[in-house]
Ligand binder design. Structure first.
Ligand code: AHR
Length: 311
């Protein structure tokens, strides 16, 4: 196994010619766990050594991990930034050390795009737009005149939280008469918080006061569903539930009629990341942004189609 940094999970032999330092942000959802597995499997497949550190949702831990990768002089640093800002100093250090950086899954906000080589991950604005487009189609289909929406948001200041919100608003904001966001609450992408948020929203507005739940990930949605299904009120049955990710439990809930729309966000980014690592090492030019192909499943689709499946 690789050695030299304490506390890291290391895979790949001493003979690995390329070593990737990977700072994963946490293990908050099934999405994240599938993403970690994808990175591990892809590194193995490519024959690269992988030094992985899990930051347990702490930006300081990610910064420490990146510094230790610089000290170890890994070939490429890959990280999934928990929030969008606060990375410039450490990325400047990586740049000075001549170590290329790939952002995986989440983007950052910086004035200096030369601080990273590439971004591999979803177009979160597009995901938010897809959620909004579904809602408009649904409202048309049921002849709704006014829908009161609650939004259960992901980690504050993270790229998926901000961009899913912006994309959604961009689409439904065109029709303020029909679509009203009555509340946006922080669920931190966690199932437990999704439950807590839904409980509080029901207390605040009552089951008759909410028509739509737009939740930024499946973990929070599944938490919210646990609460809704224990609530003895007919109105909860008619609530329109829109979620993002596409894990198996959520797609199964869509098929069972408990969720109305699942916007896809793929966690399987490992192969694309490792391909770029190989290209960087071969001195090739690489694209700055790589978005995987994604779509959405909803109650407008034929849900018996085998293509409708979760990860
Ligand atoms: O950054 C991707 C998001 O992070 C996924 O939607 C969510 O499940 C995860 O925690």
């Amino acid at each position: 196994a690789l050695s030299g940094c304490d506390g890291k999970q290391e895979t790949g032999g001493d003979k690995a010619s390329v070593v990737v330092g990977f700072s994963q942000l946490g293990a908050e959802s099934s999405w994240r766990i599938a993403n970690t597995v994808s990175m591990e499997e892809a590194a193995k497949e490519a024959g690269f050594g992988l030094m992985m550190e899990n930051a347990n949702q702490k930006q300081e831990k990610q910064i420490d991990a990146i510094r230790s990768f610089i000290a170890y002089r890994v070939d490429v640093i890959v990280f999934s930034p928990i929030v969008q800002t606060g990375w410039d100093n450490v990325l400047q250090e990586a740049k000075q050390a001549g170590i290329p950086v790939i952002l995986m899954d989440r983007t950052i906000k910086t004035e200096d795009d030369s601080l990273y080589k590439a971004y591999v991950g979803a177009n979160f604005m597009e995901e938010g737009r897809r959620a909004g487009e579904y809602l408009i189609r649904k409202a048309d289909a049921i002849g709704a005149e006014h829908l009161r929406i609650v939004e259960i948001c992901g980690t504050t200041d993270s790229a998926p939280m901000q961009d899913r919100q912006r994309g959604f608003l961009e689409v439904i904001g065109q029709d303020k008469e029909r679509f009203e966001i009555i509340d946006s609450v922080d669920g931190d992408f966690l199932q437990s918080k999704g439950e807590e948020c839904m409980r509080e929203l029901l207390q605040k507005y009552g089951p008759d006061g909410i028509d739509v739940v737009f939740s930024h990930n499946d973990a929070m949605t599944l938490g919210a569903l646990n609460v809704l299904e224990k609530t003895d009120a007919a109105a909860t049955k008619d609530m329109i539930i829109i979620t993002v990710d596409g894990e198996k439990a959520a797609v199964d809930a869509l098929k069972a009629g408990r969720i109305n729309c699942v916007v896809q966000c793929t966690p399987h980014l490992g192969p694309s990341v490792m391909k770029l690592v190989g290209e960087i090492k071969a001195g090739k030019d690489i694209p700055k942004v790589y978005y995987p192909e994604e779509g959405a499943f909803s109650d407008f689709d034929d849900l018996s189609d085998p293509a409708v499946e979760g990860f």
